[in-house]
Design a protein around this ligand. Sequence first.
Ligand code: C2E
Ligand code: MG
Ligand code: MG
Ligand code: MG
Length: 289
Amino acid sequence: EGSLQNTHERVRLYQGSTARYERYQYIKQSLLRSVENKELFIVLQPQYGDAGNIIGAEALLRWQHPQLGLISPGEFIPIAEESDIIVEIGQWVMNETCKLLCDCQEVGIQTRLAINVSAKHIARADFSESLLSIVDRWKVPPGSITLELTEGTLIHSFGLVRKRIRELALKGFVFSIDDFGRGNSNLSYLKELPIKELKVDRHFIDEVNLDGSKSLLINSICDMAKIFDLRAVAEGIENTHQLRYAKDCGCTGFQGYFLDKPMRVHVWREKLLSEKAHTGDTASAESPH
Ligand code: C2E
Ligand code: MG
Ligand code: MG
Ligand code: MG
């Protein structure tokens, strides 16, 4: 089983030093109580459309550990994925995100949020049922939720997961492929599954030089997006050259530190409220799909 091998790899990675291995063990232990101790929180990174309007945001998890301080998801998500704790965390993220959308609807803001979903979570037999009960609880339209899956999740997904993706897409949930292009993958899932969006991996955006050379890869990824009728979102935009280049290539969504860093929920809410006050309506009401 893949996860066992990952566990071994991770252990090996941390065995470089005793201190690192102890940190790994400690994180693994304290993850078990992170949800009930309310140590997790969500930050939001806005996504912009062609016209500079906010089209939504990605929910990114943060963990304020009582002893270790703020820990990045890049460190703790892979550890959480080694056990069922990722399911509890994933459920928490889905619920918080829908609660947020519900809060926003109450003050007249219609927007959309993207959630990162782990392979192990979506593979659970009760995934659809629990997602549906959460959107129902908060009266959130499924179309305002984008589920980001990595290529790995899609390639290794079995019949049941694929069936689940089709069913959820029919209900209106939007599926997006995160970090697209990172794996050298068999892309047949692109025509087999109801995917609407792909997020061009940050490393390709990084390759955009000031003169625009060496960025053929984004170009071909965007061409592929067109062929499969997908929306291309550029992530990790750090400067104006990258933004312009991604636009020229045909990306229609943009996310990155140059536009906005991930922000606390109340800051994001204020931002949407002030945008609404300026335009008379949320720009995000204009559907990018
Ligand atoms: P991701 O989904 O690809 O998220 C994008 C990451 O790039 C985020 O890191 C974000 O803060 C960072 N980023 C955004 N703009 C820029 C930029 O301009 N430059 C650079 N260098 N980085 C930028 P973060 O928040 O540390 O998240 C890392 C990864 O952890 C995420 O990658 C995602 O795979 C995972 N993750 C985060 N939250 C969750 C969650 O709730 N559930 C699951 N399963 N995974 C999560
Ligand atoms: Mg993501
Ligand atoms: Mg990504
Ligand atoms: Mg990533």
